[in-house]
Design a protein around this ligand. Sequence first.
Ligand code: S3P
Length: 457
Amino acid sequence: MTAHTPSRLVAHPSRLKTDNPPQLPGDKSISHRALICAGLATGTSRIHGLLEAHDVIATAGAVSALGAPCRKLENGTWQVNGHGAWQTPNQNLNLANSGTGARLLLGALAGQKLSATVCGDDSLSARPMKRVITPLAKMGAELHARQDEYLPVHIKGRRRLAPIDWRMRQASAQVKSAIMLAALAAPGETRITEPRPSRDHSERILPLFGADIAVSEPAEGEESAGRMICVRGECELRGAEVWVPADPSAAAFVVVAHLLAGEGDLTLRGVGVNPHRVGLFTCLREMGAEIEFTPANKNGAASGGEPVADILVRPFARAPEGVRVDARRAPAMIDEYPVLAVVAAAARGVTRLEGLAELRHKESDRFAAILRLAGAAGADAAREDGDAIEVRGCGGPPAGGGCIDAGGDHRIAMSALVLGLGCRRAVEVSGAEWIATSFPDFVGTFSALGARIEATD
Ligand code: S3P
C-alpha cells in the first residue's frame, strides 16, 4: 500500500528538473474528514484521491471498527458504507500519530450512544486533549483522559447532546471540527467562534453530506469579534462522493525545493488552495518567489467546494529576502513553518516568525526543531524571543553538512531533506521513517525530480 521509507536518509545538493512533474498525494486534513463524515452518514460514500498514508489509514481503521467499513476499490477509490449510527468497537481506536484523527474522532464519538477508548503512538499520547475534552463534556459526553489531558481517552457518548455557544481562545481547526461533529447530535444550533479563521475544510465538506452549516465572517474593521460557525444539529447525513485535492502542505516541500534547487518552470497539478492553507505561498512571494495559481476545479461543488489550482513555480533568480511573518498568518501556514525556516536559512537578512507558541504542541516541539534546522543549515543565528524566532540567513545556499534528528516528526524529516537539496553540503536525517505518516512516496517523488536522496542504513 505505502512505500517503505528508510530511517536514515541523506539529501545531497541537487539540481531539480521539471520533466517528471509529480502527482502529489491527497490532502491529509480533507482525507480524515471525508472518512469520518462518510462513516457517520447513512449509505455509500466514495472518496477519490484519498491520502494513503499511515495516519489516514489509521482513521479508516477506526471508522471501520465502529461499524462503517472503509475499503479501497480496484480503481483506487475508497468506499465507505455507513449506517447512520456507530457501534461500540471491540478494540481500542488507535489513531497512530494523528492529532486530527484523534480530536475529530472524539467529536464524532461524543454524539454516538457507545463507549470507546481512543489511543495513539507516543507522540500523540503527549499532545494536549483538554482543548476538545472541555467543550465535548459541556455538551454532555463523558470523557476520562490520562492525567485529565492525554490519550488514552475513554469516551462515553450520547445520541443527544446539548448545543453550546463556544468561543475558542486560539484558532484551531481541530477543536472547531471536533465541536462541529458533536454538534450534529445536538438539537438546535451550536455556535463556535474562532478568534482568527482556521482551515475551513469541515465547513466545506459537511454540507456535501447534508449537514446544515452557516458561517458569519466578521464585518470589516471588527475582525476581533471572530468568525462564527453555526451547526444546526439532528439532520441526517447521507452518503456522498468526495474528490480530495492534492495537499498544499505536501506541495510546500516540492515548491521550496524547486525554488532553492530547481531549473525551469515546474507545474504542480490539482493542488488545494484553500485560502486558510496558503500562507506559506504568500510568504514565499514576499521573499521574492514567482508562484502562480491557475484555477483548476474540475468537479465543481462535488470537490467539497475546495478551490483547486495548478501551481507554477520558478526557481529564485537571486537569494530570497528575509521577511517578517505576522502572528495573524499562523493559522494559514501552521504546518509550514519548518520548511519556511529552510528558505529563511538561505535568505538575505533576517526572517522573523511570530506567534509560534502552538508549534510546541505539534507532532514534536516544532519551535525547538526550527532552531535545530536553522542551526544545522549553518544560518548565522537563530534567536528566539518569546513565541518568535529570528533566523539570520546566509544570503545564498547554506553550508549544511550536519545530521538532523526528526524527533518523530514527519514534517521535520521532510524539511531537513529539502534543506540538504539546497545546501552546499549534504544533510543527513535520522527518523526519516516518520515521513510515511503523511507523504509515503516522498523519496520517489523527489527522485523523479532528480533529487539525490539516499538511504544510509
Ligand atoms: C489540522 C489542523 C491543524 C494542523 C494539523 C491539521 C486539521 O492543527 O496543524 O496538521 O486537519 O484540522 P490545529 O487545529 O491544532 O492548529
